[in-house]
Design a protein around this ligand. Structure first.
Ligand code: FES
Length: 96
């Protein structure tokens, strides 16, 4: 996690390294949701944020949300499955 206070911003920034050991990282591994080295970090961060803001997002919301991370190489199915796997874990009491 970075601290952006040098630029006058007091917000914390979470990078892909900050999501090590999280449910979303585990779900990407479990569901083989990895793509290339360019888009995968973005997808993981994107899914993490989605799950924080909308932990019970339905299929429509998940698909709309993932459209912001563009990859023309995949159909996003495994990534959507990873999001749903985390949602199931959250329903069962796991914490992200
Ligand atoms: S696999 Fe990364 S941009 Fe398509």
């Amino acid at each position: 996690m970075l601290n952006a206070s040098r630029r006058g911003c007091r917000k914390k920034i979470t990078t892909i390294e900050g999501l090590k050991g999280t449910l979303v990282q585990g779900a990407f591994i479990e569901k083989f949701a990895f793509q290339c080295g360019y888009c995968t970090p973005g997808f993981i961060i994107n899914c993490h944020t989605l799950l924080q803001k909308y932990p019970t997002a339905d299929d429509t919301v998940i698909k709309d949300w993932l459209e912001s991370n563009i990859c023309r190489c995949t159909g996003y199915q495994e990534i959507e499955e990873a999001v749903k796997a985390v949602q199931d874990q959250l329903k069962n009491g796991s914490r992200e």
